[in-house]
Design a protein around this ligand. Structure first.
Ligand code: ATP
Ligand code: MG
Length: 564
């Protein structure tokens, strides 16, 4: 829908790849990569990039590398590496043997830096980080040359080698590219290539105490791996001249960088820095909290990989930053879950019903359809007996006009079972309804009355004696604002957290759910899609509500609702 169609039906990135194949620009090769920095868990924005890079490789007969851009030892951890591997795989993509780490190229990067220094294109600078910022100038003011800019090549080579050997303290020196302090693009004003950090790296240990900066490292990683199309987000557009400068000066293999718009979603934040804060400050239960927009959170919430991939296809790829409605993501989710989820009955807020004309101690099994969308899914048995639970909100003592569900004297259908009529409302001393008495019509077994009389509602229910207790977690948006970053004065996105994003209820579910495996997905009839939590067990059943049944996206498309 949003992709631009420069080549019949292809988005602009795919159109470039298709044309390059046609003109044989890369000798028939298509090599892309997904290059996460292992400094947090992946989120739905990363899924867009993953589906684009792996999708292109799959569609054009190429390969896609999974590469860890692990050049910043202070923020990176093995835990993040492991989670990223798990998440990309779970999304359904395969990098084969092409798993790489930027840190594996540290030696080569160092040699490339020496090459630049030897060519007089890089120098060791003794300015502090703050001074470098001051000397850089602004968009309207040219920068000032560093007093160390004209060191001799010999001195630069000597100092750089001693930087590597650990002779200097953190932050005391940098290696900088010698480009142009008057360049209109600030990224070109002698950018830092190496800094000194005496920090333990999660893979190289203490072998290095100088670490390459992102702009220096990233292009080299692409070059070493012979990437053809280096696809990144728009904020790197004005880093491209530097990416090109480094590779041209080195005479190294030179991929084409292509920028696309990053994904933004309503009612959530997507930067790893902010997600990390939510985790650290205990605003959520962890990176995989089902309210998080992380892949691991969405998995635990009950999202399927197919739904996420379908969403990424639907949003397309383009050049303009925009914000996608959360309702579209949930629409893609419902479309997939509707086809694939077995139906079961569960009662979230139980109200006891006694069928007074049903014999005590008796029970029977009724046939229930597992998935009306899938003829092969078959049926299962659900037990029925004298005492049942229905949803508290399916009964009203004094029903308003449009309420067609159970009320005193009224008859409704119990799904897959019988017609029942409410004959009595039992209350405690405080006046709270504690149970209902109903009668059932044995002639309506399976759901219809032989005399053709109709009811206006069908309710879900469970048999009290057979039902299992389950903790059910009902989730809502993590933030109350469509754009959580818009906060009041002196406040930030954290002030927009939704205090009601999680409600826990003690539910009763049909006995077939005893076999629910962690992350198993279901539709609870009339209530929504749910999945067994990762920590759910036979002893303690826990379900997460993935999404309700109401599809706001369909309404938005029909123009029936206006966004708040
Ligand atoms: P964040 O800003 O969330 O910290 P990042 O860009 O720093 O993300 P990286 O690990 O560097 O995270 O990202 C790996 C890849 O994922 C990059 O190519 C980046 O462009 C892409 N990516 C990150 N966020 C998004 C997003 N919201 N939409 C599309 N692609 C994204
Ligand atoms: Mg980054």
């Amino acid at each position: 829908m949003q992709g631009s169609d420069s080549q019949a039906g292809l988005d602009f990135v795919r159109a470039i790849v298709a044309e390059d194949l046609e003109t044989d620009k890369w000798g028939g090769r298509v090599v892309t990569r997904f290059p996460p920095e292992p400094n947090g868990y992946l989120h739905i924005g990363h899924a867009k990039s993953i589906c684009l890079n792996f999708g292109i490789a799959a569609e054009f007969g190429g390969t896609c590398h999974l590469r860890f851009d692990d050049t910043n030892p202070e923020k990176e951890e093995q835990e993040y590496v492991n989670s990223i591997i798990e998440d990309v795989r779970w999304l359904g993509w395969d990098w084969g043997e092409h798993l790489y780490y930027g840190s594996d190229y540290f030696e080569q990067m160092y040699e490339y830096a020496v090459q630049l220094a030897k060519a007089g294109k890089a120098y060791v600078c003794d300015l502090t980080a703050e001074q470098i910022r001051e000397y850089r100038g602004t968009l309207t003011k040219r920068g000032t040359d560093s007093p160390y800019r004209n060191r001799s090549i010999e001195e630069n080579l000597d100092l750089f080698e001693r930087m590597r050997k650990g002779e200097f303290p953190d932050g005391s020196r940098t290696l900088r590219a010698k480009i142009d302090m008057g360049h209109p693009n600030l990224n070109m004003r002698d950018p830092v290539m190496y800094r000194i950090v005496h920090a333990e790296h999660h893979r190289t240990g203490d072998k290095w105490c100088i670490y390459p900066m992102y702009d220096w490292a990233h292009g080299l990683e692409d070059s070493v791996e012979k990437i053809t199309h280096s696809i990144c987000t728009l904020e790197f557009e004005n880093h491209r001249p530097l990416y090109d400068w480094f590779l041209d000066e080195l005479g190294a293999y030179h991929p084409q960088q292509i920028e696309f718009a990053r994904l933004n979603l309503t009612y959530t934040v997507m930067s790893k820095r902010k997600l990390l804060r939510l985790v650290r400050e205990g605003c959520v239960g962890g990176w995989d909290d089902p309210r998080m927009p992380t892949i691991s959170g969405m998995r635990r919430r009950g999202y399927s990989p197919a739904a996420i991939r379908q969403f990424c296809t639907r949003i397309g790829v383009n050049k303009f930053n925009s914000t996608v409605d959360m309702a579209l993501l949930e629409h893609c989710l419902r479309e997939d879950l509707n086809k694939t989820s077995p139906r079961v009955m569960a009662v979230l807020r139980p109200l006891k019903v006694v069928i007074t004309n049903y014999p005590e101690g008796q029970s029977e099994e009724l046939d229930a359809v597992n998935n009306p969308e899938d003829a092969e899914a078959g049926t299962r048995k659900v037990p029925f007996s004298r005492e049942l639970y229905i949803e508290r909100e399916d009964f009203m003592e004094e029903p308003p006009k449009k309420f067609f569900r159970l009320a005193p004297g009224r008859e409704v259908r119990l799904r897959y079972a019988y017609f029942v009529t409410c004959t009595n409302v039992v209350k405690d001393e405080a006046g709270n309804i504690t149970e209902l008495h109903c009668t059932y019509d044995p002639a309506t077994r399976g759901g219809d009355a032989p005399d053709g009389r109709k009811v206006k509602a069908t309710l879900h229910w469970v048999s009290a004696a057979h039902a299992l207790e389950a903790e059910v977690r009902l989730y809502d948006n993590l933030f109350t604002e469509e754009n959580p970053d818009e906060a009041g004065e002196g406040e930030d996105f954290v002030s927009n957290l939704n205090p009601n994003s999680l409600e826990t209820v003690s539910a009763r579910v049909e006995p077939s759910l005893a076999a629910a495996k962690p992350l198993g997905r279901y539709q609870f009839e009339r209530l929504g899609y749910f999945c067994a939590d990762a920590e759910s067990s036979k002893e303690k059943l826990i379900f997460n509500r993935t999404v309700t049944l109401r599809d706001e996206w369909v309404k938005i498309q029909k123009g029936q609702t206006h966004k708040p």
